[in-house]
Design a protein around this ligand. Structure first.
Ligand code: ATP
Length: 138
């Protein structure tokens, strides 16, 4: 069996995940990156984006709402502002957040609301909807 790498996902609230995996793919602000055991060390700034990780033939997904990744040859640490595993995402909540954000964006100019903030909330909601729709196995 190929060597595994420890994946840890930490949020301000909790340790979301600590698991030996075969490969991790996450979204940095510069695009997606994939990590296997033995990768050269690097730091990346994370986008609001999907993370996936594979163990054997099972791929699981998480929604990562920005943060940082620290990669060493043995470990990937994701320090996320917010993160949810696909199966933990509350679909109704994400749909409500999407509608709220869309309304705010539409009203932003007239009512001097913060357009960028609403747009960022929309991106989080859209990501959660996408990740929640992923199947557990690929
Ligand atoms: P909302 O407006 O629904 O609170 P938000 O994008 O403002 O959404 P965040 O500030 O990113 O929420 O997250 C606050 C906390 O709620 C975090 O712990 C995050 O993981 C969790 N969270 C947010 N939306 C969902 C969701 N749809 N399902 C499960 N957990 C969620």
């Amino acid at each position: 069996m190929a060597k595994q790498i420890l994946l840890e996902v930490v949020t301000p609230d909790k340790l979301l995940l600590s698991k030996e995996v075969d490969v991790v793919v996450a979204a940095s602000v510069d695009g997606e990156f994939g990590v296997l055991a033995g990768h050269v060390p690097f730091l990346a700034s994370l986008a609001i984006g999907e993370m996936r990780y594979r163990v054997g033939n099972q791929t699981d997904y998480a929604a990562i709402s920005g943060g940082f990744a620290e990669v060493t040859g043995e470990k990937v640490t994701i320090l996320a502002e917010a993160a949810e595993l696909a199966r933990e995402i509350d679909l109704d909540r994400a749909q409500r957040a999407r509608e709220r954000a869309q309304k705010r964006m539409a009203q932003a100019q007239a009512e001097q609301l913060d357009y960028v903030r609403a747009e960022t909330a929309l991106r989080r909601a859209m990501l959660r909807l996408k990740v929640a729709g992923r199947t557990q196995a690929v």
